[in-house]
Write a protein that binds this ligand. Structure first.
Ligand code: ZN
Length: 458
């Protein structure tokens, strides 16, 4: 008689949470890890995957993405098993997962601007927004979009902290802007009392204030030892920002910064030249994936509609490596996790660039797992993820180190990707107790986490 639904046989299991770094078999029963042992008898397995020569790690969690439908496929293909959308309203995430889901686990942090239209909302409006977001199934709020007064940003963080909701800040909304000064302000203003997650530290180290490497070192000094601030950084060279023009000028401050950094005027004309020169690229959905258009093709696509994401090569790899690898005096990573800010934007590089860091010796394989699965699981309080202990969620990414890519993705015991081919459908929504009713009504499967256990509040 079989005891296990699936056995992953003979892979090199790397699971720092449980101190495992050895050739072992992983057995699964009903979406949970049932055993991690040497030589599990194949006759006890309903199904068997021979993973000799491959590396088996807890499923990769991308803590910062923008899924926009095609993102499901883009991410699953490259080994991401769990992703956190940090912008979209929950309803979009639910509908998108139903229509385009590839079997991944999806959580959402909703942008403040979907509900708050005035720059100075009163506290009751912020409380009502948080209640609505949590009831919609989201984990909390992302402070993003137009610049907001300092007071509004701090009030939002206080309201989220008091409600135990997740709160993530893009420094682009500060009066200082999406740069080191914005980061400096929030770290100072938060002191040791306010708890928050600061998004994509890379974005504040693009050379807008001083040399980018010095900015990265300053960012590290600012974040070091801050128990109340969590953060992530990505490895991609390109960013993703808005291509929208209003009154002859790019609407988004980050877009204007990118033009200036590339030596272009911060105008519609500058944007056109940057597109034609290939400095600004345009992601375009072609079939089931996203391609990056360049030159005349990019220009034409942007002319059709400027209401789309555009990409500039503004992130220095040297800064990315510094932020991805730096540890504090207690040997903990200063920036908690590696993210992508990808999803629909073709920069889903956790495995591709992350394993390059491993090959280079900048991260050990254990550290790669800490930064791409264990730490992000703790950031969000996904305590059943980030490791392969018995009883934990069976989320697995199988890595092919020789090819530097992911070979298999497994979410809750179900294979969702094999050799870059997506075989999963739908998805599991990660929500809180307050969001269960809405998520249940959507018909999607769900998993409940307790935000009291997330890194902001423990
Ligand atoms: Zn983002």
């Amino acid at each position: 008689m079989t005891r296990f639904d699936l056995v992953l046989k003979g892979g090199h299991v790397v699971d720092p949470a449980n101190g495992i770094d050895a050739i072992l078999d992983v057995a699964i029963v009903k979406s949970r890890v049932a055993a991690v042992e040497p030589d599990i008898n194949p006759r006890q397995a309903e199904a068997l995957l021979d993973l000799s020569g491959k590396v088996v790690i807890p499923g990769i969690i991308d803590p910062h993405v923008h899924i926009r439908n095609v993102g499901h496929r883009n991410m699953t293909k490259v080994g991401v098993v769990t992703a956190v959308d940090v912008f979209a309203p929950m309803d979009d995430v639910l509908q998108g997962t139903k229509a385009f889901g590839t079997g991944m686990n999806i959580a959402d942090i909703t942008s403040i601007h979907h509900q708050i239209k005035e720059p100075r909302p009163v506290r009751a409006e912020l409380d009502a927004m948080l209640d609505d977001y949590l009831a919609s199934g989201a984990l909390g709020v992302k402070v993003i979009q137009e610049p907001l007064p300092h007071e509004t940003i701090l009030n939002t963080i206080v309201a989220a902290n008091e409600k135990g909701a997740y709160v993530k800040l893009d420094c682009g909304v500060t009066e200082e802007g999406s740069n080191l000064l914005g980061l400096k302000w929030i770290v100072g203003a938060a002191g040791s009392d306010l708890h928050l997650d600061v998004a994509h530290i890379n974005s504040y180290c693009r050379g807008q204030v001083k040399d980018p490497i010095e900015e990265a070192l300053d960012a590290i000094r600012l974040l070091e030892g801050k128990e109340n601030i969590q953060s992530e950084s990505y490895l991609g060279v390109i960013n993703g920002t808005s291509g929208r023009i209003v009154g002859g000028v790019p609407l988004n401050g980050c877009t204007r910064d990118c033009l200036r950094l590339g030596g272009y005027p911060e105008t519609e004309e500058g944007m056109k030249r940057a597109l034609l020169d290939g400095y600004c690229k345009v992601p375009e959905r072609v079939g089931g994936e996203t391609l990056l258009l360049e030159g005349t093709e990019a220009f034409k696509a942007w002319l059709k509609t400027d209401q789309r994401t555009v990409c500039f090569p503004v992130n220095l790899p040297s800064v990315a490596i510094l932020l991805a690898t730096r540890k504090d005096s207690k040997k903990r990573f200063v920036v908690n996790a590696i993210s992508t800010d990808g999803g629909s934007t073709p920069r889903n590089l956790i495995v591709n660039s992350g394993l390059a860091l491993v090959r280079y010796g900048a991260l050990t394989l254990n550290e790669f797992v800490v930064k791409t699965s264990f730490n992000p699981s703790r950031m969000y309080g996904m305590l059943e993820k980030g490791g392969l202990g018995v009883g934990m969620d069976d989320d697995v990414t199988v890595l092919d180190l020789e090819r530097g890519r992911a070979g298999i993705g497994i979410a809750f015991g179900t294979v969702i990707m094999v050799d870059g081919v997506v075989v999963g459908r739908g998805g599991t929504i990660i929500t809180t107790e307050k969001g269960v009713k809405t998520v249940k009504a959507s018909g999607l499967s769900y998993d409940v986490i307790d935000l009291n256990q997330c890194g902001l509040y423990t």
